[in-house]
Ligand binder design. Structure first.
Ligand code: GAP
Length: 512
């Protein structure tokens, strides 16, 4: 499937199978706002739990927090978001469409990258088993040329943004002859900065109302609670505070489905460390987070690190874990060495000390912070788009299957009576009653069993359990595996252990 087709398929499959709906669809929707439906909410919860377990439960020096979305407005002055949380935007004078200038340039680079991929695929075909991708991309003249072009464009973009040289960003767009993707027009305005925070009001009357912001990141809720948690939890540095929750950004170019939303959920962890140790912790968390991703078995080649040229106002080092989405490699998670910027700023703006007394050194200091920050919705899209495949079967038919990691699948097993009579539904219902204490399971008796298998495949259910007439004789059922389609006869009493062996979080996280 071509990438664009694959992406369209992902969006329509997410709707058809009750994963993601456009918000307020009956009113024609709200741009870049989405609702998670009956299966989506389970998948999202399972991803969140998988993260929480790895980050909080498995670390005795990391604890959780659930801070409010509303925060005192000075928080955002201190954090730098009021002054510096903006994107460079550019308007097309002909189409009147608004774009993020940096995204236009990045999309241009993604097109060159697609050419590299094409060359690699061609060479793979030509050389067969002997093909060495690493060697090919570092020696093939055309590919090296493409890569150099990408590197030089992104370097210039990074430097111009860093220096706030918006005139040069426009010059770059013009030099690359980037056109409006919708109309092909190259009639651009100057590049301007646009603050991404949503404002709102707190209070009953217009005169006394206080201007607030919807938080654009969950991290600040952790910083302002740093000392509360450290003292009440008697935490010793190094320690972390983790939190999941909604964040809001008035994205200029909100598109690509749930990749860039205006209301989304983050899973963030701030790790408080001794100043001077940030480099080693940066490496530690890069490695740990990548292992978490790889534990889900979504393919090593689908991930890469991208170190930042342009650092955010608070960071002394930063990298993205990028994932290969249907529209190319894009940021999935950020790992930032945030120095003592945030705590120092909050100390200054609040007038309260946010320091740690180190008993070993007999001294107080403002801790440095290492942050890991992943978008839950973006992780959902990574998992979902990677899982959706169309398979050619031996009998020349195809099947659509959602190969979700079993630990994340919304429904772990479907229980199917072969026919709707002879007491089979009753036995199947009894199995549902037993299994539902441990797993999310479903009962399905409609249509021929083959069609029910296909429906569950497309829904991502790892196991189908079929109750037939033999079940009445010997208490055995057929268990069918979604990915291999292999069927086995097993005892009803063994079902729980068989399912658990594949869906248990421990089984997956132990791969880290
Ligand atoms: N506290 C640091 C922070 O917020 P970020 O790189 O701006 O850093 C972290 O965001 C992660 O949040 C990103 O890697 C991405 O997964 C997710 N994210 C950011 N903006 C998003 C949006 N508009 N829609 C969906 N996810 C988003």
């Amino acid at each position: 499937m071509a990438n664009e087709d694959q992406f369209k398929k992902v969006i329509s499959h997410a709707k058809e199978y009750g994963y993601v709906f456009q918000s307020s669809e009956i009113y024609d929707g709200l741009s870049a706002v989405y609702d998670y439906a009956q299966n989506g909410v389970e998948l999202k919860k399972n991803i969140r739990d998988y993260w929480w377990k790895a980050m909080v439960q498995m670390h005795d020096n990391i604890v959780g927090l659930d801070a409010a979305i509303f925060m005192h407005p000075t928080t955002w002055k201190a954090s730098g978001h009021v002054d510096a949380f903006s994107d460079p935007l550019i308007d097309n004078k002909d189409s009147k469409k608004r774009y993020r200038a940096d995204v236009l340039v990045e999309d241009y680079c993604a097109k060159i990258e697609a050419k590299i991929e094409k060359e690699v695929k061609k060479a793979e075909k030509r050389f067969g088993e002997a093909f060495n991708k690493q060697e090919f991309v570092s020696t093939n003249g055309r590919v090296v040329g493409y890569q150099e072009k990408i590197d030089s464009i992104l370097k210039r973009l990074g430097q111009s943004l860093e220096k706030e040289d918006l005139a040069d960003v426009k010059a770059l767009i013009e030099e690359l002859e980037i056109a409006d993707p919708l109309t092909g027009s190259r009639n651009w305005t100057d590049v301007k900065q646009f603050n991404l925070m949503f404002g709102t009001k707190l209070g009953a009357s217009a005169e006394s109302a206080m201007d607030l912001y919807l938080r654009p990141e969950t991290a600040q809720g952790i910083f302002v609670n740093f000392l509360n948690v450290q003292k009440t939890g008697r935490m010793k540095i190094p320690f972390g505070i983790a939190q999941t929750g909604k964040a809001f950004r008035n994205e200029i170019v909100a598109r690509q489905f749930i990749f860039r939303m205006r209301e989304f959920e983050q899973m963030e962890m701030q790790f408080f460390i001794k100043p001077g140790t940030q480099k080693e912790w940066f490496e530690h968390w890069k490695e740990t987070r990548m292992k978490w991703h790889l534990s889900l078995g979504m393919g090593e080649d689908n991930y890469r690190f991208h170190d930042h040229e342009k650092l955010a106002h608070y960071a002394d080092a930063a990298t993205d874990i990028e994932f290969k989405f249907p529209f190319g490699f894009k940021e999935l998670e950020g790992i930032h060495s945030r120095t003592d910027f945030d705590l120092k700023q909050h100390e200054e703006f609040s007038g309260k000390k946010l320091q740690y007394f180190d008993h070993e050194d007999n001294a107080s200091y403002t801790p440095y912070v290492l942050e890991t920050s992943i978008g839950l919705d973006r992780m959902f899209l990574a998992v979902f788009s990677n899982a959706l495949v169309e398979e050619e079967l031996e009998n020349n038919t195809t099947r659509t299957v959602l190969k979700l990691p079993a630990v994340l699948a919304p429904i772990k097993a479907a229980i199917l009576p072969l026919v709707k009579k002879d007491g089979l539904p009753e036995v199947a219902q009894k199995i549902v009653e037993d299994l539902k204490w441990d797993f999310n399971v479903t009962y399905d008796e409609k249509d021929a069993v083959g069609r029910r298998y296909r429906r569950q495949d497309a829904n991502g259910t790892p196991f189908c359990i079929t109750v037939d007439h033999d079940t009445l004789e010997d208490n055995t059922v057929t268990i069918r595996h979604r990915d291999t389609m292999e069927q086995k006869r097993v005892k009803i009493e063994d079902l729980k252990d068989i399912i658990k062996a594949e869906v248990d979080v421990k089984h997956w996280l132990q791969k880290m």
